[in-house]
Design a binder for this molecule. Structure first.
Ligand code: URA
Ligand code: SF4
Length: 187
């Protein structure tokens, strides 16, 4: 992570979330990875630690990624569409997404990933500009700025739907992440 991104984000007051956050949550993982995962926004645990996806959703996500063979430190860079926690974990507002977008664009430029995983509808809308149900969107490769993009269910949705039966959201997500891994390994 460049000093400029770190410094710029940590002192950012471009939207109202600056006034309720504890910490700005920028990224974790490897800035040189070929895969970037983008979630929605920090939750309570992320806000307290300054790291993305470290609460219950994050643990669920890490497990799935490890299950399909990713090394969490080496193989991906993890961030969110919005860097500061929305109060009570509400969805980020359009204006907040827009205000935070330059930071996400800077991260995309720095990491320059070949493949992007979009976790949940907010990330899909932010990057691909499409609104829709994740049941329809997930698991289908998309393309954006010369990059392959895979929408997947948000891990908090998986926590609310814990069945591990074949064809259940957890199983589908494992399949989607496996497809991402295959694509990266085949190159
Ligand atoms: N934690 C994050 O960092 N991002 C999310 O989207 C959800 C939980
Ligand atoms: Fe700045 Fe983004 Fe935090 Fe808003 S959410 S204050 S734009 S870093």
């Amino acid at each position: 992570m460049t000093a400029e991104l770190l410094q710029g984000c940590s002192t950012c007051t471009a939207c109202a979330l600056a006034y309720t956050r504890q910490m700005v949550v920028i990224a974790r993982g490897n800035p040189n990875a070929e895969l970037m995962l983008i979630g929605e926004a920090p939750g309570a645990r992320e806000d307290a630690t300054g790291l993305p996806f470290v609460g219950r959703s994050g643990q669920a996500l890490d497990r799935l990624l490890s299950d399909v063979g990713f090394d969490l430190e080496r193989d991906l860079y993890v961030c969110n569409a919005v860097k500061c926690r929305p109060p009570n974990n509400r969805r980020p507002k359009r204006a907040e997404l827009a205000a935070c977008r330059p930071w996400l664009d800077r991260q995309l430029e720095l990491v320059d990933p070949d493949v992007i995983v979009l976790a949940g509808a907010t990330a899909v809308e932010a990057i691909l500009g499409i609104k829709g149900g994740m049941s329809q969107l997930r698991g289908r490769w998309q393309h954006w700025n010369q990059r392959a993009v895979m929408p997947v269910f948000h891990p908090s949705y998986l926590l609310r739907n814990p069945s591990d039966a074949p064809g259940a959201p957890l199983d589908l997500t494992r399949g989607d992440l496996s497809a991402v891994r295959r694509r990266l390994c085949e190159r």
